[in-house]
Write a protein that binds this ligand. Structure first.
Ligand SMILES: [Zn+2]
Length: 501
């Protein structure tokens, strides 16, 4: 009861605060934003093309400070910043690009690292900006997440500099080199440096993001058991690529299969949409590959997860407990095609503002004596990590017992959700957004992803993606549309002026 009341009152406060905008976009901001898009569209594209060439994915065991790709990326960034007349400071994992001398500052938070990429799934190299495969789109790794926004911020700052606008606050563009893999160095930096008092993160979506779900990884090992049988069984099940991507690939091998089974599964396969299956029966071995659609794991609805769909195709049988078969039974019983963990004991829950927890199997790793299933969760406020952890344990314990299965639960990581309190600059951001998009009554939103907003004071996300459009970062078809790229330049230029004037 109490919880319901407080959520309701928060919603009322939010809508009350943001229904009417005291501030409008100033003529100066509007004029400079127009100048930016009239002058720097092509330069911004060239900048992005150069930043994208560097494969700044994290390499395990190698510090970003020693990674040649990261070093080369920062060198390129330095060259661009200095050529634009901005100041540049390399602090190792963090690069700060600045404009102005004031003590008061506005921070713009981005990251220069990227997620892994599977080049075979791209029409052209994911590290070459592809302007031709899909007209109107800039395709490639980092276009949306987060190198495109870096180029946009650079040219917004350049436009402001060109116009000699006297700002009361210094602008600082932060480029963090390990947002996708390790927040430790940034946490260290935050402890030892004074950060700007006002911050926006341009690594998520509009209008503004004031709450982010907590990121978690659940890990289970299914013991492999050799079986000799003349009955049908699953000898191998695999799928997934990396933890924060909804996987589009999965594969199963079934032994002692026959034509009747093949026919039955092929018929069932026709009932699914958004996913295709490929069947190959060689003597008595049936191999099925599934191809869904990859997506950012904070937005499981944007993709089609090949792992649970392939398991679902096989769900009319109860498979032998040999590891791979156990895994398929486990996925069908506890995950299924739902995205919210509703079949998984009592773990499912939801928050009025932040939405439901999502539960997505993302990676299956093959080890010598076991198969490891990694499940990515994104959870709202409303439950403690301890409560959720014990609910997971108890659901798995019950299932193990009922199914006589050999499963080891490894250490789960259950991160906490983040909710920003009062944001002094929220109205300014919402005004700029409404002005340029025509979307009235824009309100703060919550997202499933996590950004560096949570480490900076008074930080909220402001773009680069429009609400209710497909977010393509982390997927194998990442792009930003030219229209959005240009709209972002307008909005970032205007917002920097409004926040710093
Ligand atoms: Zn990002």
């Amino acid at each position: 009861m109490l919880k319901k009341l407080s959520t309701l009152s928060l919603l009322l406060t939010l809508s009350f605060t943001h229904n009417t905008f005291a501030t409008q976009v100033s003529a100066l901001a509007e004029k400079t934003a127009n100048y930016a898009v009239n002058t720097y569209q092509q330069a911004m594209i060239n900048s992005l093309a150069k930043l994208m060439k560097h494969n700044t994915v994290a390499v395990e065991g190698l510090s970003a400070n020693d990674n040649p790709a990261h070093i080369a990326f920062k060198k390129e960034l330095k060259k661009q910043a200095l050529a634009l007349g901005l100041d540049f400071k390399d602090e190792g994992y963090i690069v700060v690009i600045g404009l102005g001398k004031s003590k008061d500052r506005v921070g713009i938070i981005t990251h220069g690292d990227i997620q892994p990429v599977n080049p075979s799934k791209w029409k052209k190299s994911p590290f070459e900006l592809d302007l031709t495969s899909e007209p109107g789109k800039l395709v490639g790794r980092g276009t949306e997440d987060d190198k495109g926004p870096i180029s946009t911020a650079l040219y917004a700052m350049k436009a402001i500099k060109d116009k000699n606008i006297m700002l009361n606050k210094r602008l600082e563009l932060y480029v963090y080199m390990a947002e996708e893999s390790d927040w430790g160095p940034l946490q260290e930096y935050v402890k030892n440096n004074t950060l700007p008092q006002t911050n926006i993160t341009i690594d998520s979506e509009y209008p503004i993001v004031t709450a982010e779900k907590g990121y978690g990884t659940l890990k289970f090992q299914f013991k492999k058991q050799k079986i000799v049988s003349i009955e049908t069984y699953i000898s191998h099940f695999e799928g997934g690529y990396f933890g924060s991507q909804i996987p589009e690939d999965a594969l199963v091998i079934i032994e002692n299969a026959d034509f009747a089974l093949l026919q039955r599964l092929m018929n069932k396969a026709k009932n699914y949409s958004g996913i295709s299956f490929d069947f190959e029966l060689k003597e008595t071995t049936l191999t099925i590959t599934a191809l869904g659609r990859s997506a950012h794991s904070s937005k499981p609805k944007s993709g089609v997860n090949a792992i649970p769909y392939l398991a679902d195709l096989l769900s009319d049988s109860r498979w032998k407990n040999n590891g791979a078969g156990t895994l398929v039974n486990f996925i069908n019983d506890n995950i299924g095609l739902g995205l919210e963990g509703k079949k998984f004991g009592d773990i499912a829950y939801s928050d009025d503002f932040m939405g439901p927890m999502t539960v997505s199997p993302t990676v299956i790793k093959q080890h010598d004596d076991n198969i490891e299933l990694n499940i990515n969760i994104r959870r709202p406020r409303g439950k403690s990590a301890a409560q959720l952890g014990s609910e997971i344990n108890s659901a798995v314990a019950t299932w193990k017992l009922t199914n006589m299965a050999k499963i080891v639960e490894l250490d789960h990581h259950i991160g906490d959700p983040w909710v920003q309190g009062d944001v002094p600059h929220a109205d300014t951001l919402l005004s700029v957004f409404s002005h340029y998009t025509g979307i009235k009554n824009a309100k703060p939103v919550a997202i499933g992803g996590g950004t560096n907003s949570r480490l900076f004071p008074n930080a909220v996300s402001f773009g680069p993606s429009m609400p209710n459009t497909e977010y393509t970062g982390h997927s194998e078809h990442e792009f930003i549309t030219m229209d959005q790229f240009v709209l972002n330049l307008k909005m970032y230029t205007a917002v920097m002026i409004e926040l710093a004037k």
